[in-house]
Design a protein around this ligand. Structure first.
Ligand code: NDP
Ligand code: 2IT
Length: 449
């Protein structure tokens, strides 16, 4: 598909001209605008109100210096960012990524996708994303703490529980959120829900840690059920071995699937007997070690260097849960020829446009990231609700709400696709369903200038 509608094409061409180097951001926008063509054609008020021009430009981008001192006493400097993309339906909400690859293009793509994802959750949260090119790998706890405190010293000026509520993403988990929360509290003299993913007992929500992986499997289960299928007896391949992958492994197993492979950026493990998520939890959350050490626990498993080969393992269900563009067209063809029936994205934008085209051509089930991985941010919004009410809900209560939200997201995405004559195309359905609510709110609030 290409952008043929002249209004959308003009906006997109202008964006390419203004941001020629922002590859990932342009990739994310192009996919959404392609999906929105029938909506823009059916609704002249969208163009009349300049909705798309406004939508593709972040409301605010903050970039700042993050100086910190390493364990040897040397001053280090990283670049910090927060992209406050869209606040039409609620305070900016989205994770913080700490990874050496972080740049403005990556954070703008993530912030842009977050607008639609957050809208799909049905909860009142706008879209944002942030982070830094700081690499937490190989750093001591004290170095991570000093970095997080310095990062928050600047970020605190721009966020707040009713303004912008960051959370975790790659390289940011409970440890980093704790250091950042402590610094925010000290600076503002306020104990508020300014970050989500907080520790249990310090304002955090039960089931937030598990939420993205669980939500991904609830969504996949809905998609399978609608096609008369289930996880039962299926071989599942999951890339990554971080927060999303670990709890996707647990839930896929609980739902009757067998997870036979996991990876990190160095390589992948294959265990035909099924991977126990508790072993991965120990390796990754406690020891912060490489996936290769799985062999110390299960010597019969196989380790292969290089992460992209994971998609050559024959499986029924593939859940990419590592990073953007990790599953390309070639890998998609291999998955399909090996008999894969469903792919659902735990990571953000893990499949390249070529890979998605292959999945759609083959007619296999495909759950796009904005819909499939929305369980994490949805549960963050549930954490915000609990913080506002100064209450905490039980694990079962939060998990039940999460499951209901994922079922609703599936239903709304699949109905939106049908409504516009694209039955079964959840990419278009999720983009359209997420967009409509935001567009209506933007039109309702007028153009502020
Ligand atoms: P973690 O930092 O916990 O884990 C990331 C995993 O992905 C690690 O196994 C890591 O391997 C691997 N990985 C990261 N970057 C690369 C890369 N460039 N190439 C190969 N492998 C890589 O992050 P999360 O599990 O939280 O996030 C994973 C994905 O899910 C991301 O796309 C994130 O945006 C998305 N997501 C996360 C949510 C959340 O609530 N945490 C919510 C929704 C989406 P290594 O250790 O070797 O770097
Ligand atoms: O990509 C994502 O949705 C996240 N990293 C979670 C964001 C959040 O605010 O919980």
């Amino acid at each position: 598909m290409a952008i043929t509608n002249s209004y959308l094409k003009t906006v997109y061409d202008g964006l390419v001209q203004r941001n020629p180097e922002q590859k990932e951001f342009l990739q994310a926008v192009e996919e959404v605008l392609e999906s929105l063509q029938p909506v823009v054609e059916a609704r002249p008020d969208i163009q009349a109100n300049g909705v798309i021009e406004r939508l593709v430009e972040p409301e605010r981008v903050i970039m700042f210096r993050v100086p910190w001192v390493d364990d040897s006493g040397k001053v280090q400097v990283n670049r910090g960012y927060r992209v406050q993309f869209n606040s039409a339906i609620g305070p900016y909400k989205g994770g913080l990524r700490l990874h050496p690859s972080v740049n403005l293009s990556i954070l703008k793509f993530l912030g842009f996708e977050q607008i639609f994802k957050n809208s799909l959750t049905t909860l009142p949260i706008g879209g944002g994303k942030g982070g830094s090119d700081f690499d937490p790998k190989g750093k001591s706890d004290m170095e991570v703490m000093r970095f997080c405190q310095s990062f928050m010293t600047e970020l605190a000026k721009h966020i707040g529980p009713d303004t912008d509520v960051p959370a975790g993403d790659i390289g940011v988990g409970g440890r980093e959120i704790g250091y950042m929360f402590g610094q925010y509290k000290r600076l503002q003299n306020e104990f508020t829900g300014v970050l989500t993913g907080k520790a249990i007992g310090a304002g955090g929500s039960l089931a937030r840690t598990e939420a993205t992986g669980y939500g991904l499997c609830y969504f996949t289960d809905e998609m399978l059920k609608d096609a008369g299928k289930s996880f039962e007896g299926k071989n599942v391949v999951i890339s990554g071995s971080g927060n999303v992958a670990i709890y996707a492994t647990q839930k896929a197993t609980q739902l009757g699937g067998k997870v036979i492979a996991l990876s990190d950026s160095n390589g992948y493990i294959y265990d035909p007997n099924g991977i126990d998520y508790k072993v991965i939890k120990e390796i990754k959350e406690v020891k912060r070690a490489r996936i290769k050490t799985y062999l110390d626990y299960v010597p019969s498993a196989k380790y292969t260097e290089g992460c992209s080969g994971i998609w050559t393992i024959p499986c029924d269900i593939a859940l990419p849960c590592a990073t953007q563009n990790e599953l390309d067209e070639e890998s998609a063809k291999v998955l399909i020829s090996n008999g894969c029936i469903a792919v659902a994205e735990g990571a953000n934008m893990p499949s390249t446009p070529g890979a998605i085209a292959q999945f759609q051509k083959a007619g296999i089930l495909f759950g796009p990231a904005k819909a499939a991985n929305a369980g994490g941010v949805a549960t963050s919004a549930l954490e915000m609700s609990q913080n506002s009410a100064r209450l905490s809900w039980s694990f079962e209560e939060v998990d039940a709400k999460l499951k209901g939200i994922m079922q609703t997201i599936y239903k709304n995405s699949s109905e939106a696709a049908k409504r516009y004559g694209m039955e079964g195309n959840l990419v278009a359905g999720a983009n359209i369903a997420g967009f409509e609510k935001v567009a209506n709110a933007m039109i309702w609030q007028g153009v502020s200038y």
